[in-house]
Design a protein around this ligand. Structure first.
Ligand SMILES: [Zn+2]
Ligand SMILES: [Zn+2]
Length: 184
């Protein structure tokens, strides 16, 4: 270990931090910290597991414009930022939504800022937020009043949703179509 870091490492060991916490803080090798611990005759301290939010914060990098880039794991194929914690897997956007709002998103969480895979908590929308923004867009574009029922009679107060460009569609019909497509 860099001799300049041995003293601070000893102080942190005496203060009761774990090897990995000290290694992270001082940017030194965990095994060197363990050696130092053995020399000092101190007992091992179990690594303090990071909370979901702490782990998330270690995996983001600021981009211009307030966007956050994910530096952690990504789902194969889609490239969606994901994170595992205590045996569970989450999308990074879901955690970002929780950080900002203190509740789980309704539906899926995704950035509404136009930057692909951005995980900035301020930029993450859930289903109701997306729909609200799209309804506002429809209004701005002067789109006609959406129908109260779809062609198959589904009440659009419950099933009506909007595409990113404000186009209205029936979520019930589209779910039915998906189901019959997978069944056939
Ligand atoms: Zn963003
Ligand atoms: Zn319908």
């Amino acid at each position: 270990m860099n001799p300049a870091k041995a003293d601070p490492a000893r102080d942190l060991l005496t203060a009761g931090l774990s090897d990995s916490a000290i290694a992270r803080q001082l940017h030194v090798d965990k095994h060197d910290v363990a050696k130092l611990r053995a020399e000092m005759g101190l007992a091992n301290v179990p690594a303090q597991p990071l909370t979901v939010e702490q782990k998330w914060r270690q995996r983001v990098r600021e981009l211009p414009g307030g966007h956050l880039e994910w530096t952690g794991e990504r789902a194969t194929g889609s490239g969606t930022p994901v994170m595992r914690h205590s045996g569970n897997a989450y999308t990074a956007a879901r955690i970002a939504f929780r950080i900002k709002h203190g509740t789980d998103p309704q539906g899926y969480a995704a950035p509404g800022c136009g930057t692909r895979h951005c995980v900035a908590p301020d930029h993450i929308d859930d289903l109701p937020r997306r729909q609200r923004d799209r309804a506002a867009l429809r209004l701005v574009l002067g789109a006609p009043q959406r129908p109260t029922h779809c062609r198959r009679g589904h009440d659009q107060a419950g099933h009506g949703q909007l595409l990113p460009d404000g186009t209205a569609y029936c979520a019930r019909c589209s779910a039915d179509r998906k189901q019959s497509a997978t069944a056939s």
